[in-house]
Ligand binder design. Sequence first.
Ligand SMILES: *Cc1c(COP(=O)(O)O)cnc(C)c1O
Length: 227
Amino acid sequence: MENIGKNLDAVRARIARAARAHGRDPDSVLLLAVAKKKSADDIRRAYRLGQRDFGENYLQEAQQKMRVLADLEIRWHFIGAIQSNKTRDIAEAFAWAHCIDRIKIAQRLSAQRPDELEPLEVCIQVNLDREESKAGIELEAVADLAAGVAELPRLRLRGLMAIPAPRADPDAQRAAFAQLREALETLQQRGLGCDTLSMGMTQDLEAAIAEGSTLVRVGTAIFGERN
Ligand SMILES: *Cc1c(COP(=O)(O)O)cnc(C)c1O
């Protein structure tokens, strides 16, 4: 059985060490605990240890856990691909959506976001390595989609998200994340009030923090291997 408390401490220490090594405040990096394929009990354990932001990739699985965990004040982040027929449920139940890559999906989320909730916080997903298997748009298309998303009344464009192809070499990891940071800086120069770089996972969170990540999405290092 995983020792989630010990794991969470270790991940927090990794984040703090990486932030300090680059002159950053450890509190400037939000830890998102990615719980796909893990139980509601695991989430509850992490919550008791102070974790509040949880990420889910699959809507049905997330909805089941939300029902069981309704007594907790969790901020739920949707980090999977979003199909048109899922937008209403996502707009109603999540605080964040990280994988926007089409204006049509963004428009639906905005139209379906309930009035009594804060605007949905969103990131645009960038496919840095142009991988067929991954969602996301190319870097060249970011500015146009960001301009469109920023106009939608019930969404708040927070920034950019990416899952670079795995690389063993830390310098190569950094080079990929640097591309996302530069794209965010371009949006900021255009007056879009973005503040979020959703990048870094179990294998590469140090490199992501070195390049300015403000939100690392960590599953395995907290909850253990997934089957
Ligand atoms: C599964 C997943 C993660 C977590 O990956 P780990 O390597 O287990 O830390 C992060 N982001 C996304 C989008 C994921 O699907």
